[in-house]
Design a protein around this ligand. Structure first.
Ligand code: GLN
Length: 323
């Protein structure tokens, strides 16, 4: 059984030649990204780091922070209010689909797609827009353990071209699902999508969730354990958009994807793993990233329902050298 460092180096080398997929171009700034960037990062719950490739390269969050913003909405309002505004059902539709908003309960199906993320973002408390943004940034910093910033060109680019997102916000305003001030909510949504992160940051964030909400590097508590459980369930069923079923079947661990090419995934109790490779497929998921996780899951039996080899082989692959 290869050690985690050996396996990620092998996967990185074997998948480097893959040329399928394309960088997201519907947000003009994203089209400028080099599609050949590729990094894999793993952080264990005992604080070890395994990395290969472009793990320190900055790229934008896009949909990746939706879990974390939902946690803040939970903290600000509690479970009742959040469940009132956003469901926990997968849609089977593309992440930016508007169609289901106009039927049934009139609330977004889940917080991992654009409509749900906009609704969740609109719940973030703050005295004014700057205060709301600062609270969000401070929360992300708690997970990552360092200062972060919003990439202005990406924010402006999304704000200028995010017509579907704006349409969804208007529809939700019409249904009374979000408050009057939709421009503030949309700006905050576009800003969080434009926060700069690295593959390493994503792995630390995922490791914090794997460690029941405590950052394994800084030892800081970022989130209550019961909120981690709530939202990992939604991440498991909805985090990979309309490929979530296939992902649950083949990979079998909770994960979240973003159109900038990042994927973060949680091996509960063991590790956070992240990949960055900007070429995405028709669902919005990184092509190489999906293959990395399929490889890891197959090799170590990471699937949550795989009890045949599972747990112990991954535990050996990340065993601390001192043990
Ligand atoms: N900012 C992107 C958008 O609103 C986020 C989408 C994503 O990563 N799936 O379209």
């Amino acid at each position: 059984m290869p050690k985690l460092q050996t396996l990620i180096e092998t996967l990185h080398r074997d998948l480097q030649p893959v040329r399928e997929g394309a960088v997201a171009s519907y947000i003009p700034e994203l089209a400028k990204v080099d599609p050949q960037r590729f990094g894999i990062s793993g952080v264990t719950t005992d604080g070890q780091v395994f990395e290969v490739g472009d793990t320190a390269h900055n790229f934008t969050f896009q949909s990746l922070p939706m879990f974390f913003v939902s946690v803040m909405a939970l903290e600000d309002h509690g479970r009742e209010v959040l469940r009132d505004r956003v469901g926990v059902e997968p849609t089977g539709d593309p992440f930016n689909s508007i169609i289901r908003l106009d039927e049934g309960s009139k609330r977004p199906y889940n917080p991992m797609i654009n409509a749900g993320a906009i609704a969740t973002t609109s719940l973030i408390k703050g005295k004014n827009p700057t205060d709301k943004l600062n609270r969000l940034l401070a929360m992300f910093e708690g997970y990552m353990g360092h200062d972060i910033f919003v990439d202005m060109p990406t924010f402006m680019s999304e704000r200028a071209t995010g017509h579907r997102n704006r349409a969804m916000a208007h529809l939700m305003l019409n249904f009374g699902m979000i408050g009057e001030d939709i421009e503030t909510a949309l700006d905050l949504y576009f800003q969080q999508c434009a926060v700069m992160v690295t593959c390493h940051d994503l792995a630390v964030m995922a490791a914090t969730l794997a460690n029941q909400g405590q950052n394994p590097i800084t030892q800081q508590r970022a989130v209550r354990p019961d909120y981690v459980r709530d939202l990992l369930s939604v991440m498991y069923t909805c985090g990979m958009y309309n490929r979530a079923g296939e992902w649950a079947y083949r990979v079998g661990i909770p994960a979240k994807s973003g159109v900038s090419g990042g994927i973060l995934a949680v091996v509960p109790g063991r590790a956070g793993i992240a990949t960055f490779s900007p070429a995405i497929d028709e669902h919005g998921n990184s092509v190489r990233g999906v293959r990395v996780f399929e490889g890891l899951s197959q090799e170590y039996g990471l699937h949550l329902f795989d009890l045949s080899m599972g747990r112990c082989s991954f535990a050996k692959a990340i065993e601390h050298p001192a043990n």
